[in-house]
Design a binder for this molecule. Structure first.
Ligand code: AQP
Length: 335
């Protein structure tokens, strides 16, 4: 059985993109795989986080994952900072990865913006920590949204170079799992940028904590164009905002865009938006209610994270030990 690893940052409000692109797929995969789900708080601080906000968001994301259906008994749910092997392996990978490889990463360019000399070194080496997150468990399958594909390819490249340089087959090959109609949910305000926690406009996204009225209001305000819905998805190349709403509907309804358009082709956007708002509220409402229930007991959330971290350390420790031995570190006391 393949081992799955995936992570999510506690950097603010989780949104529909995180849910459709990642979390919902995680919930499905747990039936047939052993899974590790990680709240990646060390990735979060590559950009400034108020400590109190980070603390709250870590519990909130954990609650959201459980509310969405992640089972922390059968699988391992933990926060990254509590398993030191991630940072230990990341250092080794910093020495394996090449500067030229990291220079190609588009997420760094987007997040660092125009002032890249002022970005943290952590933001630059984010992908090597991500490679360590996965490979500390020798996980092979990584479910992510489309935006993380480049980082995963880099992780693969790092694993291959490590194996080659040290003449070993220690690390397995990685397989990205990118599936469903929601692999790249776009902003409700701009069909050319992805829905994101850090977008300054709250109207750009549907948060997993939004109530029905807020969801309805945001979808009603979502940017579209004056034309009715088409009857096939091909025309969406020139209509990104319209295409995004149809893709969101399809992902929520678990249908293809073609099936949605077979039903809605020719309709006007006001009616479609109303149906979309109802559907989004129907999917997110129960998750939201369960999340609020879980958040009322922070000690129980901490207990889940504590147990998860212990189990994760047990798995990662021997892998990092193997890596240290391979690299040639003297380990006094180790047999
Ligand atoms: N818009 C999206 N559509 C589909 N999938 C998405 N993911 C994120 N945005 C979308 C997927 O969610 C998982 C967790 O992402 P993350 O929070 O660790 O990092 P991110 O990709 O940087 O997410 P955000 O929302 O854009 O956060 P900020 O604004 O802080 O950078 C990943 O699997 C990701 O692919």
């Amino acid at each position: 059985m393949s081992l799955i690893f995936s992570g999510i940052q506690p950097t603010g409000n989780l949104h529909l993109g995180n849910y459709l692109g990642a979390i919902r797929n995680w919930v499905r995969l747990q039936d047939d795989h052993d899974c590790l789900f990680c709240v990646v708080d060390m990735h979060a601080i590559t950009l400034w986080q108020e400590p109190a906000d980070l603390h709250r968001a870590t519990r909130e994301v954990t609650a959201a994952l459980m509310a969405a259906g992640i089972d922390p008994e059968k699988h391992i749910l933990f926060n990254q900072s509590q398993v030191p092997q991630h940072a230990e392996l990341a250092w080794i990978f910093n020495c394996v990865a090449r500067v030229g490889w990291l220079n190609r990463m588009t997420q760094f360019k987007e997040k660092a913006g125009k002032h890249k000399e002022k970005a943290s070194v952590g933001l630059y080496v984010y992908p090597t920590l991500m490679a360590a997150d996965i490979l500390a468990y020798k996980a092979t399958h990584v479910p992510v949204g489309e935006d993380q594909k480049q980082h995963l390819e880099l992780a693969q490249q790092i694993a291959a170079k490590f194996n080659h340089d040290y003449d070993t087959d220690l690390f397995p090959e990685l397989e990205p799992l990118i599936f469903g109609e929601g692999t790249r949910v776009m902003s409700l305000r701009d069909g050319s940028s992805k829905m994101s926690k850090s977008d300054t406009s709250d109207y750009s996204r549907i948060n997993m904590t939004d109530d029905v009225d807020t969801i309805t209001h945001k979808i009603r305000k979502a940017r579209t164009d004056p034309h009715p819905l088409p009857d096939n998805p091909e025309v969406f190349d020139d209509r990104p905002e319209a295409g995004n709403l149809v893709a969101i509907y399809a992902a929520l309804a678990e249908r293809t865009r073609a099936e949605v358009l077979a039903e809605w082709g020719g309709a006007n956007f006001a009616d479609f938006k109303q149906a979309l708002a109802e559907l989004a509220a129907e999917v997110l409402g129960p998750i939201n209610a369960e999340m609020n229930r879980l958040m009322a007991d922070p000690a129980a959330i901490d207990a889940v994270l504590g147990r998860g971290a212990r189990r994760a350390r047990e798995l990662a420790e021997p892998v990092v030990e193997e890596v240290y031995n391979t690299v040639g570190f003297v380990r006094p006391g180790a047999s």
